[in-house]
Design a protein around this ligand. Structure first.
Ligand code: FES
Length: 113
């Protein structure tokens, strides 16, 4: 069972916009998608753009620099130029805030392939 740490207050997350948080030196982008929290690496695997500043469309995030698209639920690349999938993290809303674990959620990426 991964250890969860509080990374944000509930009112800091809005549908449609990303939130950048830093945990143990790792920059992680949080998104609220249909009421659920998705947490992925903030740095685009193509050239390092901040995905927390990308454009959200449903469960897809579009990179702000070169428009690669990723699925926030699975981390999978949908559109190039990025070729590598995003690292996803287990995240959840609790009564007192948003929590995530730094243990990459391997089950998310594995179950989608
Ligand atoms: S930096 Fe994200 S697509 Fe190029």
């Amino acid at each position: 069972m991964p250890d969860f740490v509080k990374v944000a207050e509930l009112d800091e997350l809005d549908e449609g916009t990303g939130l950048l948080v830093e945990v143990n030196g790792e920059q992680i982008a949080l998104f609220l998608v249909k009421g659920e929290v998705c947490a992925v690496q903030d740095k685009c695997p193509h050239r390092g753009a901040p995905l927390s500043e990308g454009q959200l469309n449903g469960t897809e995030i579009r990179c702000p620099w070169h428009a690669a698209k990723f699925d926030l639920i699975t981390g999978k690349v949908i559109n190039p130029p990025a070729r590598r999938d995003l690292r996803c993290y287990p995240a959840e809303k609790r009564a007192d805030g948003v929590y995530l674990s730094l243990a990459p959620d391997a089950t998310i990426n594995e179950s989608s392939s």
